[in-house]
Design a binder for this molecule. Structure first.
Ligand code: HEC
Ligand code: HEC
Length: 271
């Protein structure tokens, strides 16, 4: 690639082949193992919705309302199969304009007006899957994903706010980022695309897709994310500081610091 002057372009050529199909397969198996959970998740709210009379979804006096509201958040801390999103007063369609207004008032200062944060510690949120945004906000609020900074902001949001903000962010266009370290980025590319076979580390591409766009709704978009943020999350998963994803904890627990820096740098330039 002698004509290639900028590391990120060389490293991220779309024609790069995935080097380790076997470890991709491992990732696919891991991903598939989460599916029954998802199905359960989808099925769980059904009985509650069916028993609620059709004309009471906006009535706070409905007996299903208060009880669902009190059991919802508690259930979230115990089990990912009972998301608070099933609250009967949750809106059926997200209001993007309301989401934009809410976001502009509180969140834009740190995450950027269009979700393309400029500060390496504050994650880019533009073009992220709305369901993933909602999950994180619920878990900041409940404490399942501890964050001294985000817990307070998330605590002020209703379920409707979360859904609206997620819908707004999902529509924003992510700006591409840059890989910085030419040496490390190659190690990062190997890990991202092929995993590390002999240590049973699955390819990131298997769940987050080869171009880092993620796979809605469960697997978040990673491409273009600040390397500092991605690295901090991988360390947090590994060290149990972010315990909201057993899958990621398992993967990150096998990565050393150098590998974390490398794959995070590669992700920053991925497009
Ligand atoms: C003072 C700065 C600040 C403000 C204001 C702020 N955030 Fe954050 N946000 C952060 C930081 C820092 C993190 C990373 C937290 C961590 O390390 O886990 C974060 C993480 C997040 C994440 C997780 C992203 C991911 O990829 O997992 C979401 C979603 C989010 N914020 C949404 C919001 C929303 C919505 C608001 C407004 C209600 C908001 N933030 C306000 C600083 C801020
Ligand atoms: C088996 C599927 C799977 C594989 C393989 C996988 N991930 Fe993930 N990853 C996830 C899921 C699911 C989440 C979302 C966790 C949550 O809901 O909080 C995630 C979240 C993340 C996050 C946090 C994103 C954010 O915005 O905060 C990072 C960073 C990440 N993964 C990096 C990686 C890297 C690097 C690899 C490869 C070494 C990898 N992942 C492999 C499933 C996977």
């Amino acid at each position: 690639m002698g004509h290639c002057r900028i590391a990120r372009f060389c490293a991220n050529k779309p024609n790069t082949v995935i080097k380790s199909p076997a470890s991709l397969l491992l990732a696919a198996v891991l991903a598939a193992s989460a599916l029954p959970l998802l199905a359960q998740q989808a099925a769980a709210p059904a009985p509650a919705a069916v028993t609620a009379p059709a004309n009471t979804d906006v009535l706070p006096a409905d007996p299903a309302g208060p009880s669902a509201a009190t059991t919802g958040p508690a259930a979230v801390t115990q089990s990912p199969t009972a998301p608070a999103a099933v609250a009967p007063n949750a809106p059926k369609v997200a209001d993007i304009a309301a989401g934009e207004a809410r976001y502009a008032a509180t969140c834009a200062a740190c995450h950027g007006a269009d979700g393309n944060s400029g500060a390496p510690a504050n994650p880019k949120l533009a073009q992220q899957h709305p369901e993933y945004i909602v999950k994180q906000l619920q878990e900041f609020k409940s404490g399942k994903r501890p964050s001294p900074i985000m817990q307070g902001f998330a605590a002020q949001l209703t379920e409707a706010d979360m859904k609206n903000i997620g819908a707004f962010l999902g529509k924003q266009k992510a700006k591409a980022g840059f890989a910085k370290d030419k040496e490390l980025v190659q190690l990062g590319e190997r890990i991202y695309r092929g995993g590390i076979m002999n240590r049973n580390i699955a390819a990131c591409a298997g769940c987050h897709s080869p171009n880092g766009a993620g796979i809605p709704a469960q697997y978040p978009r990673l491409s273009g994310q600040h390397a500092d943020y991605s690295a901090s999350q991988l360390v947090s998963f590994r060290d149990g500081i972010r315990p909201n994803s057993p899958q990621m904890t398992q993967i990150a627990s096998k990565l050393n610091d150098r590998e974390i820096r490398a794959v995070s740098d590669y992700i920053a330039g991925l497009r």
